[in-house]
Design a protein around this ligand. Structure first.
Ligand code: AMP
Length: 284
């Protein structure tokens, strides 16, 4: 069974013990409600490192007022069983009070990549993500930290923070795990009723349409976006954004000459979903 450690102090002590043994540590930060996407990160951590450590913390700092903080799905016992099946060595939780004392006033802010796409509609989101990941890195002191391409902008921002602030660890970005019909796994898929789940498939179909156009030789970003837009709209979904961007800087592109990302966000019913695909390469 995966050891459950309560709080950053207990987790830090376990990390100290592992380090004293000379073990390398792979770290997977999560918000719980785990699915195969999360478990693929744990398996990657076990392949690369001696120990796999997971955190489960629903981070209030990355939710804006009116978002789904209170109703975000939580299932610690189920999560722990899934983690055991994936070979996770230990999981730690933390309370908001442990992470953010009452007079907390220091944040990590990136001011370029974080202002576009997800950051445009969720202005304080990435400040919350980077701040918590920075704190979790201090607890876990990993050799390698594992993130999903599913949240591509987040993964790029964390890589940038690690580079800019000189964290001594590697960021590994792992492929998106999907249901057999193409829907990217997400804890928020639990909100979808059967009709909405069918409509949600139009996000991955839109990415498929852009990729098919790219594979057919199309390099004009406006044409790639148009192919994707017509696929998503024919599924009855209006994208919040649907963009073709540079895969490292997220700068808008007119033509795809290097590795690029097609990124989409859309609301299906009340649920906000995101998805993306890499063009001109396999991975981020
Ligand atoms: P979350 O619990 O949603 O904060 O996600 C924790 C980690 O799991 C993040 O690095 C996500 O990008 C990653 N993740 C979420 N969904 C998937 C998926 N479908 N495939 C791969 N990784 C994922």
């Amino acid at each position: 069974m995966t050891d459950a450690l309560e709080g950053p102090t207990a987790a830090g002590a376990r990390v100290d013990a592992w380090r004293a043994e000379g073990a390398t540590i792979g770290f997977v930060p999560t918000m719980g409600a785990l699915h195969e996407g999360h478990l693929s990160l744990v398996r990657a951590a076990k392949r690369r490192c001696d120990r796999a450590l997971v955190s489960i913390f629903v981070n209030p700092l990355q939710f804006a007022p009116g978002e789904d903080l209170e109703r975000y799905p939580r299932d610690f016992d189920g999560d722990r069983e899934k983690l055991a099946s994936a070979g996770c060595d230990a999981v730690f939780t933390a309370t908001p009070e442990e992470m953010y004392p009452a007079d907390f006033s220091t944040y990590v802010v990136e001011d370029r990549l974080s202002t576009t796409l997800e950051g445009a509609s969720r202005p304080t989101h990435f400040r919350g993500v980077l701040t918590v990941v920075c704190k979790l890195f201090h607890v876990a002191r990993p050799d390698v930290a594992f993130f999903g391409q599913k949240d591509a902008q987040q993964a790029l921002l964390i890589r940038r923070m690690v580079r800019d602030l000189g964290f001594r660890l590697e960021v590994s970005v792992e492929p998106i795990v999907r249901d057999p019909d193409g829907l990217a796994l997400s804890s928020r898929n639990a909100y979808l009723d059967p009709h909405e789940r069918t409509r949600a498939l139009s996000l991955s179909r839109a990415l498929g349409a852009a990729r098919a156009a790219y594979d057919g030789g199309e390099r004009d970003a406006a044409e790639l976006r148009a192919a994707a837009r017509s696929a998503i709209e024919s599924g009855g979904v209006e994208p919040e954004y649907l963009e073709v961007r540079d895969a490292e800087t997220l700068a808008p592109l007119e033509r795809v000459t290097e590795k690029a990302l097609v990124l989409v966000a859309a609301r299906v019913g009340k649920t906000r979903l995101i998805d993306n695909a890499v063009l001109g390469g396999d991975a981020l």
